[in-house]
Ligand binder design. Sequence first.
Ligand code: FES
Length: 102
Amino acid sequence: MQKPSHHILVCGSFRMNGTPQGVCAKGGAGQLLQYLQEELADHGLNDVAVACTSCLKVCDRGPALVVYPENWWFGHIDSEEAIDAVIESLEKGTPAAEYTIA
Ligand code: FES
């Protein structure tokens, strides 16, 4: 197995009891996971791993995700356009300013 070059951690709003209750799950983060996976494949970014996490503690900016190893934090990822901006960030090597959590 080849190790991924990047990880995208998508907030799944999971709490201690395992139930997704937070802003990100309610904001449609789960539904955008498939689109994210498809776009990564379409762009040839096959070495980028995607995982769903517990609450990332930036609920007021949700739906949120983080890209490692860059440590880019993105918020308001609630549309295909927002996912496209994340993909473009990976391709350009610069985080999309309109979605960046400072
Ligand atoms: S529920 Fe996503 S950051 Fe808290």
